[in-house]
Design a protein. Structure first.
Length: 319
C-alpha cells in the first residue's frame, strides 16, 4: 500500500536554502502526486504570511505539513500545530542554512527517499513532549553562554553565500575573544551549580555538529540539561573536537541533569541565549515540559519501504 489519498500540505520559505525552498517544494509535490497523495503547496513572501499559511494548513487537518525552511520557520510551524493541539505530523524538508532538526531526526537528503517516508501506510514518527520558555517554544535545542555567543556572531556574519563553511570564522573569533560566562542552573527546584555553557537539547545531535553521549537526547518525555564547567579556550577546542567525533563523555567533558523544569539564572552579568539556533536574548530564562505532544517525521529502520515509485516502475524508493 502507498497511502493513496492522504493529504499533505507543503509550506515553503522562499528565502531558505539561498532561495532553493520553493523549487524543492515543487519537486516534492510532484513526487507525492505521482504516488497518489493529495498535495497542496504555498510559498508565503514574509513572516506574517508564513504564520497565516501555517495556521491555515493546520486548520485543514492534513496528515502531514512539510516545511521547506530553516529552524526558525519550523518553530513557527510547531507553534501552530501545538497551539491547535493537532495530530498533524510536522515534516522538516532540508533547505535552510542549519537544518539542525533534520539532522537530529536523521531525515534523508535524497528527495525520493524523503518522499518515500510520507507514502508509507504508517508514516514513521517520533512523539515529543513540547518544551516551552517564557519567550516561545523550544523545538530542538536551547543554548546559553559560549554556545549562544557563537550563534550571535554567526547570525550577523555575511555567510549566506558560503553555507556552513561561513560559520567557521565567526566561531573561531568567539573562541579567541576569551569572553567568560557564568550561568546558574536549577533543575526541578534544586540548584546544580554555575557553568560556562548550558544546553537543553531535545536530541542527541546538537546543531548537526555536536554528538552528545547516551543517555542525552534519548528521552522525548523528559528535559535534558547539559552543563559545561569553565575551561581554557584550548580545552574548549578539544571538547568541540571530541563532540564532533562522538567522543564526549559524561563526567569528563560535561555534566548531565534531567527533569521537567529548569531555570538558567544570573550569576554575574547576563549571558547570551539562543533558541533553535537563533539569538534569543539573555539569561535569566526558564524552560519546562508541557503536556502537549508534537509528532515529527522520523525514519525508523523497522519500517519497510512501500512499493510506490514516482517513476511508475513500482520499485521501492531507496532509503
Amino acid at each position: 500500500m502507498s497511502g493513496r489519498g492522504r493529504s499533505i500540505h507543503l509550506v515553503a520559505n522562499p528565502r531558505a536554502g539561498r532561495g532553493r525552498g520553493p523549487g524543492l517544494g515543487v519537486a516534492l509535490t510532484w513526487l507525492l502526486r505521482d504516488c497518489g497523495l493529495s498535495t497542496k503547496a504555498t510559498c508565503p513572501t514574509d513572516e506574517s504570511g508564513m504564520r497565516t499559511a501555517l495556521v491555515s494548513a493546520v486548520e485543514a487537518r492534513p496528515a502531514s505539513i512539510v516545511v521547506a525552511g530553516g529552524d526558525g520557520t519550523l518553530r513557527l510551524a510547531a507553534q501552530a500545530i501545538t497551539a491547535a493541539r493537532s495530530e498533524t505530523i510536522l515534516a522538516p524538508l532540508r533547505c535552510g542554512t542549519g537544518n539542525g532538526l533534520s539532522d537530529a531526526l536523521g531525515l534523508p537528503r535524497d528527495l525520493e527517499a524523503y518522499a518515500e517516508l510520507l507514502t508509507r501506510d504508517a508514516i514513521p514518527t517520533l512523539s515529543l513532549h513540547t518544551a516551552q520558555t517564557e519567550r516561545g517554544l523550544l523545538l530542538h535545542t536551547l543554548g546559553a553562554g559560549l554556545d549562544a555567543a557563537m550563534v550571535e556572531r554567526v547570525s550577523v556574519a555575511p555567510r549566506r553565500a558560503l553555507g556552513r563553511a561561513g560559520w567557521v570564522l565567526p566561531v573561531l573569533r568567539e573562541l579567541l575573544s576569551n569572553r567568560r560566562y557564568q550561568i546558574g542552573l536549577t533543575v526541578d527546584g534544586e540548584p546544580r551549580g554555575a557553568f560556562e555553557q548550558l544546553l537543553a537539547p531535545r536530541f542527541a545531535n546538537h546543531g548537526g555538529v555536536l554528538h552528545l553521549p547516551e543517555p542525552i537526547g534519548r528521552a522525548p518525555r523528559q528535559l535534558d540539561l547539559v552543563a559545561f564547567r569553565p575551561r581554557s579556550r584550548l580545552r574548549w577546542l578539544l571538547t568541540a573536537l571530541r563532540g564532533a567525533t562522538g567522543r564526549l563523555q559524561v563526567g569528563r567533558d560535561l555534566e548531565h541533569f534531567r527533569g521537567r523544569e529548569a531555570a538558567l539564572e544570573l550569576v554575574d552579568d547576563p549571558a547570551p541565549v539562543h533558541l533553535d539556533g537563533e539569538p534569543f536574548g539573555q539569561t535569566p530564562i526558564e524552560v519546562g515540559l508541557r503536556a502537549t505532544t508534537l509528532r515529527l517525521l522520523a525514519p525508523a529502520p523497522s519500517h519497510r519501504a512501500n512499493r510506490c515509485s514516482p517513476s511508475g516502475n513500482r520499485a521501492a524508493f531507496a532509503r
